[in-house]
Design a protein around this ligand. Structure first.
Ligand SMILES: Nc1ncnc2c1ncn2[C@@H]1O[C@H](COP(=O)(O)OP(=O)(O)OP(=O)(O)O)[C@@H](O)[C@H]1O
Length: 568
């Protein structure tokens, strides 16, 4: 099965329909916003019509009429202002709530995404979709969206009013203005889609360049790779600059609308004067038309100015929705089968094939059974597939074909939470989170207390080591565990695994940075913790390899017993 891959510029059609699950929860609030907007637009249009009434009354010498309509105008302006303010406030409020839902769902999707999906994408791109794109949507919701919605409703209601007042003049206005405006906006939209997509991709590339290089500064300095990294960054920056230029070029197309505005108002004045001359139009209605046509063109301009932001927001939303969707697609059947995942059992690999995209097969037709309580060592040359096998056995990867079963349950169909509780993998490179040593150790299901942490350390013979740290178990590990040595970070990860007390424990060179005596004691303790616990150790060190009861040699996947006798 092909791996799910994010695209730089995902499908943008029907993006709102795809976002409907997030909008649906707020549909009542959205309906309220629409009602408020319509009332606000109605009042804004009524103001224009009332000015026409006042002019008409003044032309007829009707002083009472002028006074009455002026009062009505004042009331409309105040009420309209309050309603419009409320409508804009509610749009932002509902928009923020919808975005909070999207952010939550996207974070959850990434947290549950299969390891292979995360590995296959640049960290900076994922980060940008989870933060930059959603923040950009927030800025759109708080800034442009209210203008966009108000402009659309006022435009629609104004056109309706004009049709009622004089349909011939309205048709003239629409025929003269709309087709040209539609062509201008259409050309802008065609150019803006790729321009905004490329801009988002280029921004993501710059973010990715930092996300990858900042944690690797130490290596870049020692290997003299800083200049090369600056070269990569310069290329990403040039791309961003070019994308920014394209965006500006696309937006400049909208300036043609200003010319159109002048033409539309001029046309209405000439046509209105002719209609008044012919006795087909009153001066009041002509005034309303001139005001309204200016308003229509102004609102259309507002709309067009917002279209750029709306297009950008559409791309951002499409990128976030694609992330949510693909994380789900890459996780085809989480938690479907296995209502009860047994506490202990044999691990069985049957006909397992696995390879990375565009790479040669790493494992081919591998079959193997490890009984509960067994101690298997996986050894072999660099790049022979040991870690890959460890990740498959831990359920972090899924085989391209074949199955990995634990206690008769296919890991691909089991509840991932239960798999994580039963099968734990400790990698060689341990990354800790900022906090104390004890807090990092206790990060396992069930959140064990201080006594449990101390008991686990005692069993592993690590009490004296923990006491030797500057603040004992309360010693801060620093960012990503940087204040501990590589071996100390491994000890924290091993204590964490011991606390989790899994049925299957996989140590992927997890004691490689620990001194040989401590490593030997830890491995023996972990192996002897329970006669039902399966211990799988991936190792290069001869003493670690010698401690296994079974040995699997990679890449041939040759299985032998402790005495080197081949197993069937
Ligand atoms: N995330 C990945 N993407 C693409 N290819 C990968 C990835 N991880 C490993 N590989 C490739 O798969 C092969 C097996 O890698 P693996 O890490 O399983 O080997 P290993 O036996 O554990 O090596 P080592 O002894 O160095 O830890 C290697 O050729 C490697 O280049």
């Amino acid at each position: 099965m092909a791996e799910a891959r994010l695209s730089g510029l995902p499908e943008q059609r029907r993006v709102l329909r795809r976002a409907w699950p997030f909008l649906r929860r707020r549909r009542l609030a959205l309906a309220g916003v629409i009602v408020l907007e319509l009332v606000g637009a109605g009042l804004a249009v009524a103001v224009t019509a009332t000015i026409g009434r006042i002019v008409g009354a003044a032309g007829n010498g009707d002083r009472d009429g002028v006074l009455g309509w002026s009062l009505a105008l004042a009331v409309m302006v105040v009420v309209g202002g309050v309603v419009t303010w409320q409508a804009r406030y509610r749009i932002v409020e509902v928009g923020e709530l919808v975005l909070a839902g999207v952010r939550e769902r996207a974070t959850e999707a990434v947290a549950r995404a299969p390891l292979r999906f995360l590995e296959a994408h640049r960290r900076g791109d994922l980060l940008r979709r989870l933060t930059g794109e959603i923040n950009g949507l927030g800025a759109f919701v708080g800034g442009t969206l209210p203008d966009l919605v108000t402009a659309t409703t006022v435009l629609a209601v104004t056109v309706l009013m004009l049709v009622v007042l004089s349909w011939p003049l309205t048709i003239l206005l629409l025929v003269g203005f709309v087709p040209v405006a539609v062509v201008i906006v259409g050309r802008f939209k065609r150019a803006a889609g790729p321009a905004y997509g490329e801009l988002s991709e280029a921004e993501a590339a710059v973010a990715a360049s930092f996300a990858e290089s900042l944690p690797a500064q130490e290596q870049l300095r020692v290997s003299g790779g800083v200049a090369r990294w600056l070269g990569w960054f310069a290329r990403a920056n040039d791309r961003l600059l070019a994308a920014e230029r394209n965006r500006v070029r696309a937006e400049l197309r909208l300036n043609l609308l200003a010319l159109l505005q002048a033409a539309a108002v001029g046309g209405i004045v000439v046509a209105g004067a002719a209609l008044i001359d012919a006795g087909l139009l009153s001066v009041g209605v002509a005034v309303v038309f001139v005001l309204a046509s200016r308003d229509i063109v102004n609102r259309f301009e507002d709309l067009a100015a917002s279209i750029g932001d709306a297009r950008e927001a559409q791309v951002r939303l499409a990128r976030v929705l694609e992330l949510i969707q693909l994380c789900g697609d890459a996780n085809p059947s989480p938690g479907t089968g296995a209502t009860e995942f047994p506490g202990s059992g044999a691990l069985t690999l049957a006909g397992v094939d696995f390879g990375y995209p565009a790479g040669p097969p790493v494992l081919a037709n591998l079959s193997l059974t490890v009984a509960p309580g067994d101690h298997l060592v996986i050894a072999g040359e660099t790049g022979s597939g040991k870690s890959t096998l460890g990740k498959l056995v831990a359920g972090l990867y899924r085989p391209a074909s074949g199955t990995v079963n634990y206690a008769g349950v296919d890991l691909a169909a089991a509840d991932p939470v239960q798999v994580r509780e039963r099968i734990v993998l400790v990698p060689q490179e341990v990354v800790l989170v900022e906090g104390s040593v004890a807090e990092n150790m206790a990060m396992v299901p069930g959140r064990p207390g201080r006594l449990a942490v101390e008991a686990a350390l005692d069993r592993l013979g690590l009490t004296a080591w923990a006491a030797s740290l500057p603040d004992g178990l309360d010693t801060g590990v620093g960012r990503h565990g940087a204040r501990l040595s590589a071996g100390e970070r491994q000890l924290v990860a091993i204590a964490r695994a011991a606390l989790a007390d899994p049925a299957v424990l996989i140590l992927d060179e997890a004691t490689a940075d620990v001194d040989p005596v401590t490593a030997a004691r830890i491995e023996q303790t972990l192996a002897a913790a329970s006669d039902q616990r399966t211990l799988i150790v991936i190792a290069h060190r001869a003493d670690t390899i010698a401690r296994g009861r079974l040995l699997l040699r990679m890449p041939e996947a040759r299985l032998s017993d402790g005495a080197g006798r081949p197993m069937p």
